[in-house]
Design a protein around this ligand. Structure first.
Ligand code: HEM
Length: 137
């Protein structure tokens, strides 16, 4: 809406990161929010820190109202070339789930050994001592 369907690279978008000229990327779309900076209820500072990157998470994390989301359309200038945006790292799946269950039994064995081995050594030492020591001294 309003845009001409132009596709920008992240490097291009990154050149618009000031109060005089400010673009942000949300959900694969590029918005020129220069005119909106002064009107933003959250201040211009937060928007400026979200320039030059995929600002989708920043925008979503605030919990913007549907009114706020609808306002985006007005500032749309094109799309982002997604190949130029670093992959998201936010939802790294916890890879340990099945592994930790399998490890539980071996963890348990190790704990037992950690407890038993010193006892064995101590017992061995005491046994050897009482075995080698002469009854008189
Ligand atoms: C074009 C993009 C944006 C628009 C149209 C927009 C719009 C709005 C609107 C209308 C509000 C008032 C509350 C609401 O209706 O949800 C708001 C609040 C807020 N926005 Fe944005 N916003 C944009 C981008 C951002 C970005 C990138 C950030 C930051 C990381 C941000 C941070 C905030 C914060 C922190 C508030 C809360 C202010 C407060 O409650 O004092 N906004 N925004």
């Amino acid at each position: 809406m309003g845009g001409d369907g132009k596709v920008f690279t992240l490097a291009e978008v990154s050149q618009h990161s000031s109060t005089q000229d400010c673009w942000i990327v949300i959900d694969g779309k590029v918005y020129d929010v220069t005119k909106f900076l002064d009107d933003h209820p959250g201040g211009d500072e937060v928007i400026l820190t979200s320039t030059g990157k995929d600002a989708t998470d920043d925008f979503e994390d605030v919990g913007h109202s549907s009114t706020a989301k609808a306002m985006l359309d007005e500032y749309y200038v094109g799309d982002i070339d997604s190949a130029t945006v670093p992959a998201k790292t936010k939802f790294t799946p916890p890879p340990k789930q099945t592994e930790s269950n399998q490890n539980k039994s071996s963890d348990f064995v190790i704990k037992i050994l950690q407890f038993l081995v010193p006892l064995l050594i101590l017992g061995l030492a005491l046994g050897i001592r009482s075995y080698t020591k002469t009854p008189s001294s």
